[in-house]
Design a protein around this ligand. Structure first.
Ligand SMILES: *Cc1c(COP(=O)(O)O)cnc(C)c1O
Length: 393
């Protein structure tokens, strides 16, 4: 069957794949750095592009290509580019679209290093950037400059759970010839398809929901057009943040159960969010599935479900929050997210500690904000764990 005819879960299982002579049911791990040519002419044809044979694993590898093709299908794009990490994907996009004298716009609360690398490293090479609340479309329009080349969104944003309207922002951007890239890590292609909403590029940290088992680090970029694909693949190949075949094989295996895992952790997250919202010691909860989320309507329109990420604050701020983090028994006190296990962490002292305190506060990352990535355990057990920890706060 052609992949256009298949539903999401069937694609998770069957998309991609390689034809190998031994008829393997699962794409094998081609753990090789290089590939043999039949003869000198074949080698020359592979290099000129006349033959699509593999050459060298940094340039391409069948195990990695399976994963790249699958994600391009799931995100409804032209092609996928796998990277060694999510940050490899972010920096490949920055390198491919920006240069000295250009400007980019980003959401103020994104994955910490996505902003830090721009404001430190890329600034040294003459790239300007502005970071503010992209949930405010007026602000986005006002910050566009003649040299703006990229609008970089993360929705829901990490860790504030603020949403950006991908369709509305893409329309404004495209009028001015500006590209829009969305970090879709918090949703995965199961819950949100930025390219369908108008974005040009989507990227993921595959470390999170796509792999889903907290056992590898990896990234992926999917572009809508062939032109962007060729540009970014060339950046990746020349800079070298390529994925390893074994890593790709694990990510492809984890991906098969993406929808099952997300359905389960999302159902748990809804129960946990309701529990937290009704708890007397909790000051506030941000979860796109709760009516109290300021952008509940946009979440309904743009996302196929609210996901498994929750941020909340315990009354009493950081000190009370620390008590909760120090007393959970089932949830793991650890960064990262999107795995089968429930994780809890404190952005101001952990994932977002490299931001200045002022930019953190401006971005809504309060000292007491706690981020929860809800896993696939029993909802009752996750809630009981939080309940006993909150009692000690
Ligand atoms: C983890 C994460 C990244 C970075 O990915 P790595 O795989 O850790 O390099 C980027 N964006 C978001 C939203 C993330 O959660």
């Amino acid at each position: 069957m052609e992949h256009q005819d298949l539903g999401f879960n069937s694609l998770l299982v069957h998309a991609g794949g390689v034809e190998d002579a031994l008829m393997s049911a699962v794409t094998p791990i081609y753990q090789t750095s290089t590939f043999r040519f039949h003869n000198a002419d074949h080698g020359a044809a592979c290099f000129s592009g006349e033959d699509d044979g593999y050459i060298y694993t940094r340039l391409g590898n069948p195990t990695i290509a399976d994963l790249e093709r699958t994600l391009a299908i799931l995100e409804k794009g032209f092609g996928g580019i796998a990277t060694a990490s999510g940050m490899g994907a972010v920096t490949t996009v920055y390198m491919g679209l920006l240069g000295a004298g250009t400007h980019m716009i980003g959401h103020e609360a994104v994955y910490g290093p996505s902003r830090v690398v721009m404001e430190s490293l890329f600034k040294r090479f003459g790239v300007e950037s502005d970071w503010f609340d992209t949930s405010n479309i007026e602000l986005v329009a006002r910050h566009i400059k003649p040299n703006t080349k990229l609008i970089y969104l993360e929705t829901p944003a990490n860790p504030t759970m603020v949403l950006a309207d991908i369709r509305a922002i893409s329309e404004i951007a495209h009028e001015k010839g500006i590209k829009v890239c969305v970090d879709n890590t918090f949703c995965s292609p199961y819950l949100q398809n930025p390219l369908e909403l108008g974005a040009d590029i989507v990227l993921h940290s595959m470390t999170k929901f796509i792999n889903g088992h907290a056992d590898i680090v990896g990234g992926i970029i999917v572009t809508k057009t062939e032109e962007d694909y060729k540009n970014l693949r060339s950046v990746m190949i020349n800079m070298g943040p390529n994925m390893d075949p074994h890593q790709a094989w694990l990510a492809r295996r984890g991906l098969k159960t993406l929808a099952l895992r997300i359905e389960r952790s999302q159902a748990n997250a809804m129960k946990v969010a309701e529990f937290l919202e009704n708890h007397p010691k909790v000051a506030w909860v941000k979860y796109p599935g709760l009516k109290s989320h300021p952008q509940f309507d946009l979440a309904q329109k743009q996302m196929q479900g609210p996901g498994a990420m929750i941020s909340f604050e315990v009354k009493g701020g950081l000190e009370a929050g620390k008590k909760v983090m120090d007393n959970v028994k089932l949830a793991l006190l650890a960064v990262s997210l999107g795995g089968i296990e429930t994780l809890i962490q404190h952005p101001a002292s952990m994932t977002h500690s490299k931001m200045t305190p002022e930019s953190r506060l401006r971005a809504g990352i309060t000292e007491g904000l706690i981020r929860l990535s809800v896993g696939i355990e029993e909802a009752e057990d996750i809630i009981a764990d939080l309940e006993q920890a909150l009692e000690k706060a």
